[in-house]
Design a protein around this ligand. Structure first.
Ligand SMILES: Cc1ncc(COP(=O)(O)O)c(C=O)c1O
Length: 419
């Protein structure tokens, strides 16, 4: 199988991909994937297997417990593989929201009055709120505003905020509202030059690109697995030395060098952690169907799988963006083009004179699922002046969407918007 010249998966590869997601058998065309992707059959099967074969507690010496322990450990290894992390560098928690709250508590003792933390007004609230709360300890919290012209963060605006007092910069790799990808490696370089650490929200990019925390040189990096075809869990990467400096949030008898469990109070849901190997397994299976597939390290093969995914998603997004751009009264917020260098296929728009809530509702009868709102990036939507009209309309695609579904979406929007 190969990609076509146009970037779409060939039909057989797309069929193979779709067959791996049982929920896609429904008649709905799902374009709310930035909210959450549907789970892989392999994930569902592993949860079922774990719970039916040996859902006993971890860490005991009897055989069932040994097997359970090793399956949960395999989940950690899969999480590390997905992010390009070293063993022990990825904590699993119930969500990115919880993981970042835990991280903020773990870093809090490292900051003192007069220290500065930079947050943005573009991020999902999970990477803003916990850091704003540090102000109660005398930490100065500075806001890096997104550019009104592009809907994205402008690195030069960060320079004006960085100083010798900066301890941490928290920003998003990719906006979950407008889909713009930031040059995260370059931003982290600037942050490190200022002597600070970077905490990156990678939730919106991870379903579309292979994350490489080492190439980015991130200090902390968060991803939600239920948006990457997995179960409802979050992965929090911390570079080993950063995790060692953070204060344990687990019981007092856990050592500061016990990685990553010092940042996993209560532990992850075992059956969900045990399901994670199904995600790289699926992606490697996809890669093996590409020309020249099946060769190289798992990371190289995952990179090829995501390369094909990005090309297919760009080809899916292009006709929608073109159509939206051609409609009078429709305003696309963010990157107007589909070029995968600048965006993921998460597309935000408003329609003049229409409340954003009205548009998705008009698509329900055609079983096309899209969504409106602020998507918990409430500060960004407020700054756009769009809160009162129910935010933006968001179409968010995944690699298992088809060109025919995009045609259906455009036809349904055409009807909903009228002449
Ligand atoms: C960009 C981004 N960051 C963080 C989150 C929060 O993730 P979780 O639901 O795992 O707390 C979301 C969820 O929508 C998101 O889109």
């Amino acid at each position: 199988m190969s990609e076509t010249r146009h970037g779409h998966f060939e039909a057989a590869l797309l069929d193979h991909a779709r067959a791996a997601f049982p929920a896609l058998a429904s008649p709905w065309a799902l374009f709310d994937n930035a909210g959450g992707s549907v789970p892989l059959a392999g994930v569902i099967e592993r949860v079922r297997h774990y719970m039916s074969a040996h859902a006993v507690q971890l860490g005991a010496g009897y055989e069932l417990s040994v097997r359970a322990t090793s399956e949960v450990a395999a989940g950690h290894r899969a999480a590390e593989l997905l992010l390009g992390a070293e063993p022990g560098e990825v904590a699993l928690g119930s969500s990115t929201t919880i993981n970042l709250k835990t991280l903020a508590r773990a870093l809090r003792p490292l900051f003192g009055p007069g220290d500065e933390v930079i947050i943005t007004d573009l991020d999902h609230e999970s990477n803003i709120g916990p850091w704003r709360e540090l102000a109660a300890d005398g930490v100065r919290v500075l806001e890096w505003g997104y550019s009104a012209a592009t809907g994205a963060l402008d690195a030069s605006d960060l320079d004006a905020l960085l100083s010798s007092r900066t301890r941490l910069v928290c920003f998003t790799h990719c906006s979950n509202v407008v889909g713009s990808i930031h040059d995260t490696a370059a931003i982290i370089r600037r942050v490190h030059e200022a002597g600070a650490l970077a905490c990156v929200d990678g939730v919106a990019v991870a379903p579309h690109r292979l994350v490489d925390v080492k190439a980015l040189d991130a200090d902390f990096y968060a991803v939600s697995l239920y948006k990457v075809y997995g179960p409802h869990l979050g992965m929090l990467y911390g570079r080993r030395d950063c995790l060692l400096r953070a204060k344990s949030q687990n019981h007092f008898f856990f050592g500061e060098d016990e990685l990553p469990c010092k940042l996993e109070p209560g532990g992850p849901a075992h059956e969900l952690a045990a399901s994670l190997p199904a995600i790289p397994e699926y992606l490697l299976g996809l890669e093996s169907r590409l020309p020249g597939g099946g060769n190289g390290t798992d990371r190289e093969r995952l990179a090829r799988a995501f390369g094909a995914i990005a090309a297919h998603e760009e080809a899916l997004a292009a006709p929608l963006l073109e159509w939206l751009g051609s409609r009078a009264g429709v305003r696309v917020i963010g990157e107007p083009g589909a070029d995968r260098a600048g965006r993921v296929p998460t597309i935000a728009f408003t329609v003049d004179g229409r409340d954003s809530a009205a548009i998705p509702a008009a698509l329900d009868s055609g079983k096309v699922a899209i969504r409106f709102g602020h998507f918990y990036a409430r500060r960004a939507i407020e700054r756009m002046g769009l809160l009162e009209r129910n935010g933006i309309v968001r179409v968010s695609m995944a690699h298992y969407n088809t060109p025919a579904e995009v045609d259906r979406l455009i036809a349904a929007l055409d009807l909903a918007l009228g002449r």
